[in-house]
Design a protein. Structure first.
Length: 264
């Protein structure tokens, strides 16, 4: 098996999120999960067979394997990976996803999202599901490296945007983002304004509200879970931000968006 068809229009239902450690107790694992998808993010080298098709595991690769698939892992020593076992609802358009692929520049973002899911699981399952869902869409949209364009985003801005996207649910400050991007606060502010016509703070606010709007229209996540997922866990502040940026309270926005979708 080389590809799987995954339905991602609704958030997954999680059965387990964790860190798997293999190798010391045995070099071969062969099994299948009858009704659960398997998502693994690898940090080691090994061999994987999926329904008879051989694949090579390398650090920075991710696999997405459908339910009922026979897999065989052959480890070369201690092997540790992040994993999610989940159910996907068969609704909406199916995405064709390679069962294993390189994450490339998305590795750090996917690692952050899956570790956030791990931190939230099982005490706040809605938050964990939101992080895994976002990670699944990143995985579905992975592709070969694109050629550089004559005018492309400054590397510091690209790094800042990736960090913001990966940590949107966390407290974000411009100095911390600038340090991660390797430039000064003032320089990042100038670069960001030139690239987006927004301040860094304004961009963060826009992305949080865009994600909130998506979750309100496309998921059944509770309002508190959505607020936490976009980095505004204070419900009063989230309500105020929705009224200011989206034009109404979260519940009224959800109702209006769903009514609009049904009328199309």
């Amino acid at each position: 098996m080389d590809t799987a068809l995954a339905h991602l229009d609704e958030p997954p239902s999680l059965a387990a999120v964790g860190i798997g450690v293999h190798g010391p107790a045995g070099r071969v694992d062969e099994f299948s999960l009858p009704d659960l998808w398997q998502l693994h993010l690898y940090g080691y080298e090994a061999d994987l067979t999926v329904d008879g098709t051989a694949h090579e595991i390398r650090p920075g690769r991710v696999s997405l394997i459908p339910p009922g698939t026979q897999v065989c892992y052959r480890y070369r020593g201690r092997s540790e990976h992040l994993y999610v076992h989940m159910r996907l609802r068969p609704t909406g358009d199916a995405q064709s996803v390679p069962v294993i692929q390189d994450t490339g520049s998305e590795l750090s973002s996917l690692t952050v999202q899956l570790r956030l899911a791990l931190a939230a699981w099982p005490n706040t399952p809605a938050r964990a599901a939101a992080e895994v869902w976002a990670a699944l869409w990143r995985i579905a949209q992975l592709g070969p490296p694109r050629p550089r364009k004559a005018q492309e985003t400054h590397p510091a801005v690209a790094t800042a945007m990736a960090l913001i996207e990966a940590q949107l649910a966390e407290p974000l400050t411009v100095p911390a983002i600038a340090r991660a991007a390797g430039v000064s606060h003032n320089h990042l502010t100038r670069l960001f304004r030139a690239a987006t016509e927004q301040s860094v703070v304004g961009y963060i606010r826009t992305r949080r509200m865009e994600r909130a709007r998506h979750f309100l229209s496309s998921t059944t996540l509770s309002i508190p879970a959505i607020a936490a997922s976009v980095g505004i866990p204070d419900l009063q502040a989230f309500n105020k931000a929705c009224r200011r940026e989206l034009g109404g309270a979260p519940r009224s926005i959800r109702a209006a968006l769903r009514t609009a979708d049904r009328s199309r």
